[in-house]
Every structure is written in structure tokens, then in C-alpha cells.
Design a protein around this ligand. Structure first.
Ligand code: MG
Length: 160
């Protein structure tokens, strides 16, 4: 088979006064993500989708939150590392689709920059990266504004 598929899922809790990074972009918000890294839950789910396609485990395994080296780390560096692992094994990203569930703030104004940012880290065309955002109609922990939930799918294609 010269294609592979993977999916990723991540959740981070929200708390006041912390920065909010999503898809490599800082989003103006009163709340941000509680995390060991910069808390970019969208990049974390995308990394797990790529790692899933490679059957290389998950980012918690690759970058343990007990390791001070990853304290506050820019998640774009984690994504660059993960896509490097794919490249080493002869795979490139075909496309990725990321769905972010967040009650507030509205993400629509930031989707374009997220797609461009992710594409530039990965080294692919912007039209290979889809980012979608939804609320949960005030239902569940996302709807109560307690956290953010992200699902990602990634398709990898053989480079040779
Ligand atoms: Mg995470």
C-alpha cells in the first residue's frame, strides 16, 4: 500500500489568563489552555494523526510531559519533528483535516492563518490542510467553556 491513514484526538482544559494557541496561531482570548507545552491542542491532534498513520505511537510517548525540555514548547516544533519522522520513513502528507470544538471565542477569523501556518510547517500546499471549527451548542464540557476538543485525520502518501 502506498497510502496510509491516521486519526488523532486531544483535549485541553481552559483556564483564565493563559495564552490560547490553536493551529500554530495565538488567538486573542481571556482563557487559554492548561498544558505542559504551549497547549496547542489542534497541533497535538494533528501530530497524533500523522503518528497514527506511521504506527509510531503518540506525542505523549514521543514528547513526555514529565520532560522539562518540552515545558512551554512551541507545538509547531513538535509538528516539524513528527513530519520529519514521516519524511525519514519515505512518507509525505497527502492531506489533513482538523476539526476543533470550542465554545468561544469564534475561530472563523483565524482559520486561514491556521491553515497557512500548518502548511508552512509541514511544507505542503495550503489546500492540503483543512481546519474546521464548531461549537457544541453549549452542551458538554466544551459547551460549558471548560475545554477544547480536537479531532484530526491525516493521509500519508509514499514519496518514492
Ligand atoms: Mg495535548
Amino acid at each position: 500500500m502506498d497510502i496510509r491513514i491516521g486519526n488523532g484526538y486531544d483535549v485541553h482544559a481552559l483556564a483564565p489568563g493563559l495564552p490560547m494557541f490553536l493551529g500554530g496561531v495565538q488567538i486573542p482570548s481571556e482563557n487559554g489552555f492548561v498544558a505542559h507545552s504551549d497547549g496547542d491542542v489542534a497541533i497535538h491532534a494533528l501530530c497524533d494523526a500523522i503518528l497514527g498513520a506511521l504506527a509510531l505511537g503518540d506525542i505523549g510517548h514521543l514528547f513526555p510531559d514529565s520532560d522539562p525540555a518540552y515545558k512551554g514548547i512551541d507545538s509547531k516544533k513538535l509538528l516539524a519533528h513528527v513530519i520529519g519522522l514521516a519524511r525519514e520513513k519515505g512518507w509525505k502528507l497527502g492531506n489533513a483535516d482538523v476539526t476543533i470544538a470550542l465554545q468561544a471565542p469564534k475561530l472563523a477569523p483565524h482559520i486561514g492563518l491556521m491553515r497557512r501556518t500548518l502548511a508552512s510547517v509541514i511544507g505542503c500546499d495550503e489546500d492540503c490542510i483543512s481546519v474546521k471549527a464548531t461549537t457544541t451548542e453549549r452542551l458538554g464540557f466544551v459547551g460549558r467553556g471548560e475545554g477544547c476538543e480536537v479531532w484530526a485525520s491525516a493521509l500519508l502518501a509514499k514519496t518514492e
